[in-house]
Design a protein around this ligand. Sequence first.
Ligand code: HEC
Ligand code: HEC
Ligand code: HEC
Ligand code: HEC
Ligand code: HEC
Length: 345
Amino acid sequence: MMAGAFRIALPAGLVLASLILCAPFGIPGTNPRAGVEAASTQLDPEEREGLARLVGTCKKCHEDVCKEWEGTLHAQSWTDPVFQAEIAELPDKGESCAPCHAPQELLLGGLGKLPRARMKDREVGVNCVTCHMLGNRYSGPFDSTGHGGVDADEAFRKPDLCTSCHGQPEVRPQHDQGTSFRAAARGERPAGCQDCHMPPVTRKLVTSPTIKEKYTIGEQACRMHTFVGARRGDLLRLAALVEAVVQGDHLEVSITATTGHALPASEGRVVRLLLEVTEPKEAAARVLKTWSHGAGSLPANDVVKISAPLGAVKRAQLRLEQVLPKVPGRTEEIVQVFTRQEIER
Ligand code: HEC
Ligand code: HEC
Ligand code: HEC
Ligand code: HEC
Ligand code: HEC
């Protein structure tokens, strides 16, 4: 059987390590390694040893970047309880998810291509090494002297780096922002994913006080590794423009998604336009329209018009919001209000 062959191929220390690594996943009764045994995947000959340890060392010198990254879903792309609950139910226990949720170096196959799955150290998720390394070479946006010379690569400012995982409609349409991003009218809008999801900051590439000035090129126009979304950070107010006017007995609403991609960005969430009538008071808010990922989404930068009869309504609040429902691994429904405005007649 495959499983036996796989285990024998591993050094004894690694089998032990994989057992220890199962502990922090936090989902009782699931063993993410079980999928490894069930699937016909083999350890890639190019897969690096000691990844988790290597990622840990970056913090010695790139303190700020590492702290920012630690708080993101990239750092938890394998351990995320919602993801873990979902793969526990799958026949392959998440093996087909590993190319993006536990990837090897992007540069192995090239940017924009689906990464290769990683078999080891899955709990370090999408990490520094995934995006910046290939073998012993480092790549980044600047022509810096770090690490014996970093390969300066324009690709770090472009969407392909992100769409390796965020734009694979054939493999995972549920998590595709790339297709609608490319289809959207751009005009004067910012060019890439990084412009909105990695806020700009001016600082040194190395932020640890223990590294001497002589090794650094000084302050640069850098980007924070916070990968902000609507759940964390201040992107909510950037999601959409909503204009509402009362015309006769109707409310005319124009909505423009100002995300770089369709809204909602992903499956498993719904965007809805609500009218909460306060005079005469109604028990429940009226749902004027809902949008979901794929064909039913709000396209980026296009104006969508909705007309709603007002009847006896005198005063109301109009809200555009996104709901992430309660699912296994997420104990509470998450409601994110993009915009709200008062309507009076
Ligand atoms: C998902 C991919 C991705 C991951 C993961 C990632 N980076 Fe980056 N990194 C980038 C991109 C893109 C840029 C370029 C940003 C820009 O345009 O300046 C960058 C830039 C940098 C820079 C140059 C300075 C700057 O902030 O622009 C350093 C240093 C760096 N990253 C270190 C790290 C370290 C350390 C980690 C792990 C904690 C990490 N990166 C994780 C994509 C990534
Ligand atoms: C190697 C695959 C991969 C690459 C490359 C990648 N991502 Fe991600 N990203 C993921 C996965 C997987 C998740 C979701 C993790 C989860 O919730 O389980 C994610 C989550 C996110 C989130 C939500 C983060 C949060 O903490 O709320 C944002 C925003 C994001 N990515 C933006 C980017 C941007 C911008 C880039 C390019 C600079 C990028 N990603 C590159 C795989 C990737
Ligand atoms: C082609 C790359 C890719 C593959 C393959 C992939 N994902 Fe993802 N996944 C992503 C990206 C990128 C995100 C973050 C953006 C988003 O949510 O759309 C994500 C987010 C998620 C989330 C959301 C987590 C949260 O907390 O909201 C779940 C759950 C998830 N993926 C489950 C899976 C499962 C289960 C599989 C395998 C059956 C899988 N994914 C395969 C790229 C991928
Ligand atoms: C001993 C300190 C040290 C450690 C540890 C370290 N770096 Fe660096 N790194 C540097 C120095 C010094 C520079 C160059 C800074 C400069 O020129 O201002 C640099 C630059 C970079 C850049 C610059 C990008 C560019 O565009 O030039 C990236 C990316 C990077 N490091 C990634 C990493 C990753 C990933 C790790 C962990 C695997 C890591 N570094 C660990 C010292 C370190
Ligand atoms: C013009 C700014 C802008 C650009 C460009 C942009 N986004 Fe977004 N993105 C947003 C906003 C605003 C949100 C929050 C609304 C939402 O949750 O859908 C968002 C949401 C997301 C989410 C869901 C985050 C979460 O917390 O669940 C992901 C993933 C994402 N974007 C990835 C990308 C990728 C990949 C690209 C490039 C192909 C990109 N974005 C380009 C503005 C942008």
